[in-house]
Design a protein around this ligand. Structure first.
Ligand SMILES: Nc1ncnc2c1ncn2[C@@H]1O[C@H](COP(=O)(O)OP(=O)(O)O)[C@@H](O)[C@H]1O
Ligand SMILES: O=C(CO)[C@@H](O)[C@H](O)COP(=O)(O)O
Length: 507
């Protein structure tokens, strides 16, 4: 039996899954928490990865590993490979005004054409502009820019600051993959190369791809990770990092952005739309054509298998439910019971759940709002259901936007931590307008990374079976989305009026 390992270094935790490469059977799993917050020192990701690998029984018996990670996070390295500041994460909205400025300078239509997306605060490129404007001393010391999965892969290969790593700070060895590069805002999914001019517009300094040094680059040129091919082996796990893993014993794959890895882990095919309800809410599909949405609602990423991944992302997803459950003093099971005791539409109660601002729609300074409250409708049951309905209606808006790019949605695959909630499944069957299937509970992002590890070993993408936990009966309730839409428009208007500097430009 050949074992492979997949890592999902996501916002809230690091998950490690050990899989039988031949059958796709999950053999062992491990997990370790990440700190909360929208900026995190990458050292926490590294220690969580080591802890999760140990929790999964170690990598001593696996032949290959790949790392998937939360997208967009800005890892800034100096010439000694040291991290210059905590990484600004995808859910940090302080670069919202920088995003608006870049869109105003370059134009949404041109940006969508050049890098597949119209950047919002989540995108790496906006965070670079923010650092340039707010932390110029740090911007001046940047020698390389990496994403979370890039930096973890580099560390696992043994690179890093002198004294903290066996192989030292070799920045030329930084690597990434198409899917994560496409979330930076300075890589072209259609063309398959960096748009170095966009990088320089953001940071104010030139950049080049690692390993490509045409005749003596100036010192101020920033190194960007080399974009590896989907089934490429980028190195091996360094000796001494993991118990029981000798030098060159475990191959390392290119890795991927978490959503592309999720598609790989599910074996998503054309017609599938994946809805993932984790820290972020994501709606994505695998497409043969590079999407180009100048409205910015759909980001045009690349997938992890050579195709493309149109995606809509919400900032408020699983934490809408954990926040509401805490307010009601119940656990997730109790939240489900309360929600299922209410009627579809929650008796007119609507939660527009923009607790942390919102990415889709692009309202980074918005706040959540509750509507339709009366003496009769203000019940625990209606509030519980309104939280689930509001969160899922936001994702249904994303599904409509992804479908509008030409994706034919035949089936929703519902994954992520909150997908296991029976009330979430029931409401999903009422608001998505497409049959919903719920895969067996599992870490599909880590599974996708494991599939990539199996792929690099065999030379063929594995065709692992997908087991399902259920298919909630489709029970279309268009009235739920209609009432949500009315209040969403009101809330968006209020948010734009209250936004510092007025509404942000978007396509
Ligand atoms: N039964 C449940 N009902 C609702 N939400 C849940 C349930 N189980 C887990 N969650 C939520 O899912 C989250 C973890 O989902 P996950 O997809 O692992 O997040 P991420 O990948 O963003 O770290 C938890 O933080 C929790 O809020
Ligand atoms: O920003 C995006 C995708 O554009 C998010 O999907 C992040 O990649 C975070 O993922 P999770 O931690 O929620 O899995």
């Amino acid at each position: 039996m050949v074992l492979v390992a997949g890592v999902d270094s996501s916002t809230q935790s690091c998950k490690v899954t050990i899989v039988d490469a031949g059958t796709g059977r999950t053999v062992r799993t491990g997990k370790a928490a990440h700190p909360d917050g929208t900026e995190v020192n990458p050292s926490h990701w590294w220690s969580a990865l080591l802890e999760a690998a140990d929790d999964a029984g170690g990598l001593g018996d696996v032949a290959a590993v790949a790392i998937a990670g939360q997208q967009h996070g800005l890892v800034l390295l100096d010439s000694g490979g040291r991290v210059l500041r905590d990484a600004l994460l995808w859910n940090d909205t302080r670069s919202a005004e920088a995003a608006g400025a870049l869109v105003a300078e370059l134009g949404p239509v041109a940006l969508a054409r050049r890098c597949g997306s119209v950047p919002v605060a989540s995108f790496t490129i906006t965070k670079l502009r923010w650092v340039r404007e707010n932390e110029p001393d740090i911007a001046a010391r940047v020698a390389a820019v990496a994403l979370p999965h890039d930096w973890l892969t580099w560390r696992l290969r043994g690179f890093g600051p002198a004294g903290e790593s066996p192989l030292g700070p070799e920045l030329e060895e930084l690597s990434t993959d198409r899917s994560d590069a496409s979330g930076t805002g300075y890589w072209q999914p259609a063309g398959g190369s960096y748009d170095l001019e966009l990088f320089e517009v953001a940071l104010g300094r030139p950049a080049r791809e690692a390993g490509r040094t045409p005749g003596g680059q100036a010192a101020e040129t920033v190194i960007l990770p080399r974009v590896a091919a989907p089934s490429e082996t980028v190195g091996t796990v360094a000796a001494g990092l993991l118990d029981g893993v000798p030098a060159n014993a475990v191959k390392i794959g290119a890795g991927a952005g978490d959503n592309a890895a999720g598609a790989l882990g599910l074996g998503a095919v054309r017609g599938d739309v994946v809805v993932s309800i984790g820290t972020s809410g994501t709606v994505f599909a695998v497409s043969d054509t590079p999407p180009n949405d100048p409205s910015g609602t759909v980001a045009g990423f690349a997938d992890a298998a050579g195709a493309f991944l149109p995606i809509a992302v919400t900032l408020n997803a699983a934490r809408v439910l954990s926040t509401t459950a805490a307010l009601l003093g119940v656990d997730f099971g109790g939240l489900a019971e309360l929600a299922m005791a209410a009627q579809p539409g929650s008796a007119g109660v609507v939660l527009v759940p923009w607790f942390e601002g919102e990415r889709t729609p692009n309202l980074p300074h918005a706040q959540a709002s509750l509507h339709g409250l009366s003496i009769a409708s203000t019940t625990r049951e209606n509030l519980a259901r309104a939280a689930i309905e509001g969160m899922l209606c936001g994702l249904a808006d994303g599904l409509d936007a992804v479908a509008a790019t030409g994706v034919s949605a035949q089936r929703v695959l519902l994954i992520g931590g909150a997908a296991q909630n029976p009330a979430v499944q029931a409401v999903a069957a009422q608001v998505f307008g497409v049959p919903v299937a719920v895969p067996q509970p599992g870490e599909y992002v880590a599974r996708g990374a494991a599939a990539q590890a199996a792929w690099l070993l065999s030379g063929e993408r594995p065709q692992w079976p997908l087991a399902f936990a259920g298919e909630p009966v489709q029970d279309g309730r268009p009235e739920v989305r209609r009432q949500y839409g009315e209040y969403r428009r009101q809330a968006a208007g209020a948010a734009n009026n209250a936004a510092p500097g007025g509404a942000l430009p978007r396509g």
